[in-house]
Ligand binder design. Structure first.
Ligand SMILES: Nc1nc2c(c(=O)[nH]1)N[C@@H](CN(C=O)c1ccc(C(=O)N[C@@H](CCC(=O)O)C(=O)O)cc1)CN2
Length: 386
């Protein structure tokens, strides 16, 4: 083996000196993957790292910033901290973008009903009683009602078996009035998420999390049937804001299946240069400061400070983190991953939380469900253009 290759291997084996997780509080997440238990950290990880596939594919270590969403995220930094360039960013209004999309979908659903006598149908599988998941499912069902899509909800207790969830998915797979099926994430820890998501018929996988849809998104020569809704929402907000992606440097913070991974793949299809920042990245601030666009889906309140941004950068905040707020009725309020007050002084455009990516994510789910129904009724021959 050549000297350079040896040096590279040695560098890859070294633990990062100051991983991002070192700087992070143990904070609440809205899209958290389930964290590894202590047993998993010691046992499973050691066992996995001995197999030849993990040597080449990398050890299966969860990102350290993934925490249960029940905890309360860190409070905002003291006002006045950070960089003040005195500029004012355009606020990208996700609510109004979502409203326009819903308006168009309503019209297309009406036309479908006239043409074939059917409307699209969405089935939602909700396991357990997480408050945040229950809210998101409510938004999805309300969105369906608004545009005329039929919706069915299967609610299962948190202690049900994996087989019961798969059975529920299978029943919806067989139902011709259902064109889209989604399983609300995260699932309880004892369940094999991969197995459950793979049970969804490819043609009804409106969340786009089926391994084949993800694989096809990753291969530029292929087209997935469905692209994950949050990734589509980020792209829609950027494109509608007139931002040209070709050759742009994008810092994608987070690499989850729900947001970070599919968004980074979609951005590459749009010819952006993408840096993926995760909990073990040693120099996140340096990377974001060099980026034209910063998209954050870490699930850590106020992680991205004004000083992390290049002047004029575009900021898309996917985080939805609860932070304590005694003035609110519920004792908490939602905030993004980005310290909005600071970032808005540096960025040229920024999405707020709430009212940014979230509502567009729901609208994209409705759009995917409509596309699926169009394919099923022969009103389209191809999935929507990426
Ligand atoms: N099966 C899936 N599970 C999860 C997904 C997903 O796309 N598919 N994404 C997230 C949660 N999520 C949708 O499920 C989601 C999160 C947030 C919002 C939203 O509209 N947020 C609002 C604020 C919320 C509030 O006020 O309560 C906003 O940002 O304005 C929509 C959907 C994880 N799980």
């Amino acid at each position: 083996m050549g000297g350079a290759a040896v040096a590279l291997l040695a560098a890859a084996r070294r633990r990062p000196a100051t991983p991002l997780s070192f700087f992070l509080p143990r904070a609440g997440l809205h899209e958290a993957a389930t964290p590894a238990t202590e047993e998993e950290k010691g046992g499973t990880r050691r066992r996995r790292s001995r197999s030849s596939s993990s040597r080449l594919l990398g050890p299966d270590i969860p990102d350290a910033w993934d925490q249960p969403p029940s905890s309360v995220a860190r409070p905002p930094p003291p006002s006045g901290a950070g960089v003040d360039y005195g500029s004012t960013a355009t606020i990208i209004d996700g609510k109004s973008v979502a409203e326009d999309i819903r308006f168009q979908i309503t019209e297309e659903v009406r036309q479908m009903k006239n043409a074939v006598g059917h409307v699209p149908g969405l089935a939602v599988v909700l396991v357990g009683n997480r408050r945040d998941s229950q809210s998101y499912v409510r938004y999805k069902i309300k969105g369906c009602e608004e545009v005329g899509i039929k919706s069915l909800l299967a609610e299962l207790p948190g202690n049900c078996t994996e087989d019961e969830v798969v059975d529920s998915v299978s029943r919806f797979n067989e139902d011709p009035s259902i064109h889209g099926i989604l399983v609300q994430l995260p699932l309880p820890q004892h369940m094999d998420e991969e197995r459950i998501l793979s049970a969804i018929s490819l043609g009804k996988d409106v969340d786009g999390f089926h391994p084949l849809n993800v694989g096809n998104l990753a291969l530029r020569s292929r087209k997935p049937l469905f692209v994950p809704c949050a990734a589509k929402a980020c792209l829609e907000l950027l494109l509608q804001s007139g931002i040209d992606l070709m050759g742009k440097h994008v810092a994608m913070i987070g690499r989850s299946k729900v947001v970070g991974l599919p968004t980074s793949l979609l951005l590459q299809r749009h010819h952006a240069t993408v840096s993926i920042i995760h909990a073990f990245t040693t120099n996140p601030e340096e990377i974001t400061r060099q980026s034209d666009i910063v998209i954050s889906a870490a699930g850590v309140a106020n992680l991205v400070r004004g000083s992390w941004l290049k002047e004029g950068a575009v900021v898309i905040d996917v985080g939805t983190n609860p932070i304590e707020d005694p003035t609110s009725d519920y004792g908490y309020r939602l905030t993004g991953d980005v310290c909005f007050e600071e970032a808005a002084r540096v960025a040229s455009a920024i999405t707020p939380v709430p009212g940014g990516v979230g509502p567009v994510t729901i609208a994209m789910l409705l759009a995917n469900t409509l596309d699926s129904a169009k394919l099923a009724y022969g009103l389209a021959t191809e999935p929507h253009e990426l």
